[in-house]
Design a binder for this molecule. Structure first.
Ligand code: FAD
Length: 284
């Protein structure tokens, strides 16, 4: 199929995008990498009146360290994240995760902003944003706001983004010498969206987790930070018994629901299995 007719604007500035988003031009969509939007247009699952192409906006691109945070522009491609030494040094969880996002061809076009705007529950980067306690900078004609990733994901494909908003960048606290991280996901074929996944970012000081952020994805409508699990593991000697208590706490923290890819029971089993594995990997 081909898309329904739409008007197309290749934006020359952020201000122009914000102006266009304010106009009553009907249903307006921002076009970033197009890797999720284009298929929905072609299948006519989405029929915007206007597409605003932001691909010329260099100010939305790039990776830099500033004021003790790693800043990634919304238009930064997955492939740039994957190859970035700054990302590998300061947010190693992103480097681990990005290799599991789609295939090289998709990573060459897809952007972190598009990915986190879409907020697919089976997507890897939203879960990393929550685990890393990222902040998301969003702008509209009225001003700029910064939203914690932990408050941003509201429900299935529903986020803090409003129709007149443009995502500008995402920033991450810098990893330190004691930062450790792990990534697990079950996929039927490499490059597919996950059927169940877990990312963890933690601090391990002298054999004790001083923080532990486990985020499960592809198990519910949004990525889920398992706070009860974290509480059981922080500032404790990790024994086999503690690990099993943490695995049991997943049920309490995460309301797992099955989907067409995997039953609830299997997701629950994998979530516990991955947590057990990851604690072993990080704790040594
Ligand atoms: C074959 C295939 C396999 C894939 N596998 C995976 C996978 O395993 N894991 C995964 O996470 N993803 C996967 N994806 C999706 C991919 O990661 C996309 O890049 C991503 O979801 C969307 O990014 P994009 O830049 O292409 O956004 P687009 O498709 O351009 O836009 C997506 C949505 O975000 C909005 N948007 C884009 N940028 C902004 C912005 N700056 N501000 C506000 N709104 C914005 C758009 O309006 C649109 O609604 C796959 C895609 C394909 C085609």
């Amino acid at each position: 199929m081909k898309p329904a007719k739409f008007n197309y604007v290749r934006a020359g500035s952020v201000d122009q995008v914000l102006d266009l988003l304010e106009q009553p031009a009907g249903f307006v969509k921002i076009l970033a990498g197009g890797q999720s939007l284009n298929p929905t247009l072609n299948m006519r699952l989405s029929a915007p009146d206007m597409l605003i192409d932001i691909n010329d906006l260099d100010e939305l691109r790039g990776i830099r360290v500033e004021e003790d945070r790693l800043h990634v522009g919304a238009l930064t491609r997955h492939a740039e994240l994957e190859r970035s030494e700054l990302v590998a040094g300061h947010a190693p969880l992103l480097t681990k995760a990005i290799q599991h996002v789609a295939h090289a061809a998709v990573r060459n076009r897809g952007t972190i902003g598009g990915n986190v705007s879409l907020a697919d529950p089976a997507s890897e980067l939203p879960a990393c944003c929550v685990a890393l306690d990222a902040s998301i900078t969003i702008r509209n004609k009225q001003g700029t706001r910064v939203v914690r990733a932990r408050d941003y994901f509201k429900d299935l494909y529903e986020t803090d983004l409003q129709e007149n908003d443009l995502m500008i960048s995402i920033s991450f606290p810098l990893a330190g010498d004691t930062t450790v991280c792990a990534f697990r996901e079950f996929v039927r074929r490499r490059g597919d969206f996950a059927s169940t996944g877990l990312v963890v970012n933690a601090e391990l000081v002298d054999g004790v987790f001083t923080s532990f952020s486990p985020v499960f994805f592809a198990v519910a409508n949004t990525p889920v930070l398992a706070a009860g699990v974290a509480q059981l593991l922080v500032n404790r000697t990790i024994t086999g018994e503690v690990v099993e208590q943490a695995v049991a706490a997943v049920d309490h923290d995460v309301e797992i629901t099955g989907d067409s890819n995997m039953s609830e029971e299997m997701k629950r089993h994998l979530a516990g299995h991955y947590l057990r594995e990851v604690i072993g990997e990080l704790y040594g």
